[in-house]
Design a protein. Structure first.
Length: 326
C-alpha cells in the first residue's frame, strides 16, 4: 500500500527520491494531474508503471525534468522554435516531443524514435525533479482509460495498493493534462490539446497544425479515454434531453444554468461564471464525483472549442465515445 506523505516536506522528497533510486514507484502532484513516476533510466521500474496502470505497451510515457538544460541529455536535437516554447512556457502544462537519444530505454517511448519531455510547475514536482539525478517518466496516475486524478482522494484503490509512495500536493490547479506538441523541422503539430491553450503557443511559433494520419502514434488517440465508468452524453441544450428515457441522471454544467433545472439526481457546475480556466481545473473532480454517485447516466454540457475549451471538449468527447458507438 502506497504511503501518503506531505509532499511539501523536505523529508518526504528525500524518501520519494530514495524510492525512485531503488526502482520503486512514486505518485507525485503536478499542476495538471497526478503522475505515476519511475526512474526513466530504469526499464524494470518503468515496466511496473505499465503493469500497475494496465497500460498497453505501445503507449509511450512522458519524461519529466526539473531543468530545461536536461533536454540535451534526452533529445538528439532541440529545434529553435521548440526551444523557444520551452523557454516561454516551462515550467508549465506543455509537453514537447523531440527525437530521442539512444540512452532512453525503449520501453519509455514504446519503441518510437521520439520522446515527450515536460517540465512541470507544481512546487512539489519541481523539488523532486530538481533533486533527482535522473529524469522521471510518468503517465497520469489512473488505470488505463479512466479519469486522471487531480487530488490524492481520486487515486483508485488498485493504483494506491501497487505504488510505494504518494506525495500529497493538494488539488491540481490546471486540472487537465499537458498540451502535447511535436516538431517536424520548424513545423509545430498538436498531438493533444491540454492545459496550455493552443492560441498561446501560436503567438510564439506561428501556426500550429492539426495531427494528420501520416504522423506517428498520437497521444490519447484511442477513441475511448479519460472515461468515467458511467455512460456520458454530451448536450448543447438541456431542454432537449428526454429525461423519461433515462434513470437517475447526473448533469455536468459548464456554467450556472439560466433555466430552472428539475428532475435530476446530481448536478455539478464547472464554473459559475463560465470561466474556461476554472472549468478545466474542476473537470476531473466533478466527473469523479458524478461517477462515484448513484446516477446512472452523466450528461455533460458542451463548451466552445477555444482556449482551454479545446482540452475540455477533447476529454468529454473521449469520455463519451462508448455511448456513441453503442
Ligand atoms: O499533464 C500531463 O501530461 C500528465 C502529467 C503527469 O505530466 N501526464 C500525462 O501522461 O497525461 P499520460 O501518459 O497519461 O499521457 C501522455 C500522452 C500519451 O497519450 C502518449 O501517447 C503521449 O503522451 N506521448 C508520450 N510520448 C510520446 C511520443 N514520443 N510521441 C507521441 N505521443 C507521446
Ligand atoms: Mg493519462
Amino acid at each position: 500500500m502506497g504511503k501518503i506523505l506531505d509532499g511539501f516536506k523536505k523529508e518526504s522528497i528525500e524518501i520519494a527520491l530514495k524510492t525512485l533510486e531503488e526502482g520503486g514507484l512514486v505518485i507525485f502532484p503536478t499542476e495538471t494531474v497526478y503522475g505515476l513516476g519511475a526512474n526513466a533510466f530504469n526499464p524494470i521500474a518503468v515496466s511496473k508503471i505499465f503493469e500497475v496502470k494496465k497500460r498497453p505497451r505501445f503507449d509511450p510515457l512522458i519524461v519529466h525534468i526539473g531543468d530545461i538544460g536536461q533536454v540535451e541529455k534526452l533529445a538528439k536535437s532541440f529545434p529553435p522554435p521548440a526551444r523557444k516554447l520551452g523557454e516561454k512556457f516551462w515550467p508549465g502544462p506543455l509537453t514537447i516531443v523531440l527525437p530521442k537519444k539512444d540512452e532512453i530505454p525503449e520501453i519509455v517511448t514504446a519503441g518510437l524514435p521520439t520522446v515527450g519531455i515536460r517540465l512541470p510547475s507544481h512546487p512539489v514536482a519541481l523539488n523532486l525533479l530538481r533533486e533527482a539525478p535522473f529524469p522521471v517518466s510518468a503517465p497520469s496516475a489512473n488505470s488505463f482509460g479512466y479519469l486522471s486524478p487531480t487530488s490524492v482522494y481520486q487515486i483508485e484503490p488498485q493504483i494506491k495498493q501497487n505504488v510505494d509512495i504518494i506525495l500529497d500536493g493538494g488539488q491540481c490547479k490546471v486540472g487537465v493534462e499537458s498540451t502535447i506538441v511535436l516538431f517536424e523541422e520548424d513545423k509545430c503539430f498538436l498531438l493533444r490539446p491540454g492545459g496550455l491553450p493552443v492560441e498561446d503557443i501560436e503567438k510564439i511559433v506561428g501556426k500550429v497544425y492539426p495531427l494528420t494520419p501520416s504522423k506517428p502514434l498520437s497521444p490519447g488517440s484511442l477513441p475511448v479515454h479519460y472515461a468515467p465508468r458511467k455512460p456520458l452524453i454530451i448536450f448543447e441544450n438541456f431542454k432537449m434531453i428526454d429525461r423519461k428515457k433515462f434513470g437517475k441522471i447526473g448533469v455536468l454544467f459548464f456554467k450556472k444554468p439560466d433555466i430552472p433545472v428539475e428532475g435530476i439526481e446530481k448536478m455539478e457546475i464547472l464554473s459559475e461564471k463560465g470561466d474556461l480556466r476554472e472549468a478545466a481545473s474542476n473537470l476531473f473532480s466533478a466527473l469523479h464525483r458524478l461517477d462515484n454517485s448513484d446516477v446512472e447516466v452523466i450528461f455533460a454540457e458542451a463548451v466552445a472549442e477555444e482556449g482551454l475549451g479545446r482540452a475540455i471538449m477533447d476529454r468529454l468527447k473521449k469520455a463519451s465515445t462508448k455511448n456513441l458507438i453503442k
